[in-house]
Design a protein around this ligand. Structure first.
Ligand SMILES: [Zn+2]
Length: 286
């Protein structure tokens, strides 16, 4: 953590060095972009084919075929959701929050894509609608739907408090995946990964760079909608932090359920094909 009071002497040209303008690490001008208009047009006449209610402080899994859509919907009250995604064919291919952040920024919205881990690195899903897009960045530097957080987990909780808590998102996602795959919790646990924090409002403090959260602006009826690029297995946890206005990893916060809806379009978007795995040869030659 950076300290406000420096314990080392600044060089004489410190200010000049600070004034050097930043360069975007990954300019996205050459990134293949989805045809968002075609995706959105494919919603006309779609049919809702499945829905899953995620109870508070629990997680549920769901399957979405490539070429379909799913929505995560706020119902009953403000609630944050922790989302994991895997290729339905191979759970080794999972959502890569770090590279998604590097490509699209700390918080995602309409038009951004959720990328899979190496060596696959292809879009798993594309955000086609975000009713909280209006929020932008607030005066604290906070915004909604981050790919900077990890997921609340019982190990960090044990480290910081010494206590055991079994309904952190990590444990909820582990139970949901275990149930879906019919395998023991300890066996599937390593497949649980850093999340997309749906509806969570987060940022970094300007003075110390610490990760912060604040009450989510989400209200019942808000949703985040995805077009699914490859056959997906998803799991969503209704975080024990509720709207994350105060604390998580406890039974104190008021929590609400979340709804997952799956929609099948009449036809796939014009010109769309499911993306192949990344084309790098994997030779890693010297
Ligand atoms: Zn959580």
């Amino acid at each position: 953590m950076k300290r406000a009071a420096h314990e080392v002497t600044e060089p004489r040209d410190a200010e000049a060095r600070r004034r050097i303008p930043p360069v975007i690490c990954y300019p996205v001008d050459t990134l293949p972009r989805p045809d968002l208009a075609a995706y959105q047009a494919a919603r006309d006449g779609w049919e809702k084919v499945d829905e899953v209610v995620v109870p508070p402080r629990e997680a549920r899994s769901f399957h979405v075929p490539a070429g379909s859509f799913f929505r995560i919907v706020s119902i009953d009250g403000p609630q944050v959701g922790d989302l994991n995604l895997w290729s339905a064919d191979d759970i080794n291919e999972r959502f890569f929050s770090g590279k998604t952040r590097a490509l699209h920024g700390t918080h995602v919205s309409t038009g951004d894509q959720l990328w899979s881990c190496l060596p696959y690195l292809r879009p798993m899903a594309t955000i086609t609608h975000d009713t909280l897009d209006w929020y932008g960045f607030d005066a604290f530097g906070g915004s909604v739907h981050d790919v900077i957080g990890t997921r609340c987990d019982p190990y960090t909780h044990k480290l910081l408090s010494g206590a055991e808590y079994h309904h952190c998102c990590h444990s909820n996602l582990t139970r949901a995946l275990s149930e879906r795959l019919g395998k023991p919790k300890q066996e599937v646990e390593p497949a649980v990964h850093d999340v997309l924090n749906v509806f969570m409002c987060t940022g970094f403090t300007r003075d110390t760079g610490q990760y912060f959260m604040k009450a989510s602006p989400v209200r019942p009826g808000d949703y985040l909608e995805f077009f699914v690029e490859i056959d997906l297995l998803g799991a969503l946890s209704a975080c024990p932090g509720g709207d994350c206005s105060a604390e998580h990893s406890s039974d104190v916060a008021v929590c609400h359920p979340l709804l997952v809806e799956v929609y099948r379009p009449k036809a796939p978007p014009a010109g769309w094909t499911s993306p192949p795995r990344n084309g790098y040869s994997r030779r890693h030659e010297d």
